[in-house]
Design a protein around this ligand. Structure first.
Ligand SMILES: [Zn+2]
Length: 304
């Protein structure tokens, strides 16, 4: 059965009018069990990613100042969260979940963190609700353990993973592929290995035709031993920040294209949920739940 990690119980305080949908994580955790997608014992608590692990990607200065609550007010504005010790705990657990899901994916073929995908985090700063770059840290862990050499990051959150692209710029072993809104945040893009920009209002047909065409070529170029998939819910038509018009069904087909492709070529895949800012948070949860459903139907035997 699909193994999942959830850091939903590690909540952190936010102002009442804050637009970050912290409640989606707990609802998602409840629903995956309620709907019988996984047994309760398949939803795991992630360990904290230790400081030295975070420093594989992030500068010692940034990590230390974040842990000690010494980021400037300008840095916190850029990040989008008020600092708290609970935010430190949550950030470590979210990275831990992606690391553990990645290790599980090496054994099971596929695994998922019901958090993570914080792709706007750079080596020396966080922005856009992203403290640490979980996928970058997990990539470095797997490489350091000698378990993979070449990694592809398939980032289908509607926003470009500028932090990820900056971290891996010039790294020939990490291929960053992103499809995102060309006119959406971040307004200053950082080039990745392959960037596909979508116009505002793009819908299922345009999006899925492009993905079907580009993804196989991306994976051929990347020749990865391992894939991280950022399955953002924010390309949905009901998203407050997305500016695209994908339907629920279109997003499920998107997930199937990525997951089936990895399965066909036998590449392990670790999934993170990334963003999702539905006008109704239930819609965002439903989209993430679809991803779990597609992933749970696609589990590969070890070594497939
Ligand atoms: Zn996003």
């Amino acid at each position: 059965m699909l193994r999942l990690w959830s850091s939903a119980r590690y909540v952190f305080p936010l102002p009442a009018d804050h637009r970050f949908p912290i409640e989606k994580y707990a609802r998602l955790r409840e629903r995956v069990v309620e709907e019988g997608l996984v047994a309760p014992e398949c939803v795991h608590e992630p360990a904290r990613a230790p400081l030295e692990t975070l420093r594989l990607v992030h500068t010692a200065d940034y990590v230390d100042r974040f842990f000690n609550g010494r980021l400037s007010s300008a840095e916190l504005r850029h990040l989008g969260f008020p600092w708290s010790s609970a935010l430190v705990e949550r950030s470590q657990r979210a990275v831990g979940g992606t690391i553990e899901a990645a290790r599980a994916a090496l054994e099971d073929g596929i695994a998922m963190n019901l958090a993570g995908g914080t792709h706007h985090a750079f080596a020396d700063h966080g922005e856009g609700f992203c403290v640490f770059n979980d996928v970058a840290v997990a990539t470095r862990i797997l490489q350091r353990e000698g378990r993979v050499r070449r990694v592809a990051i398939v980032d289908l959150d509607v926003h470009q993973g500028n932090g990820t692209n900056a971290i891996f710029a010039g790294d020939v072993d990490v291929f960053t592929f992103s499809m995102h809104g060309g006119r959406n945040y971040p307004f200053r893009k950082v080039a990745g290995s392959l960037d596909v920009e979508l116009a505002d209002g793009a819908g299922d047909d345009e999006y899925l035709t492009l993905l079907d065409d580009v993804l196989p070529r991306a994976l051929t170029r990347a020749e990865p031993d391992f894939v991280f998939y950022l399955a953002g819910a924010d390309p949905h038509e009901g998203d407050r920040l997305g500016r695209l018009r994908l339907t629920f069904d279109g997003l499920a087909r998107r997930d199937a294209i990525v997951i089936d492709r990895c399965r066909e070529v036998g590449i392990p895949v670790a999934i993170t949920i990334a963003g999702g800012y539905g006008r109704d948070v239930a819609d965002t949860v439903r989209i993430h739940l679809q991803t779990v459903r597609v992933a749970s139907g696609a589990r590969m035997p070890h070594g497939a």
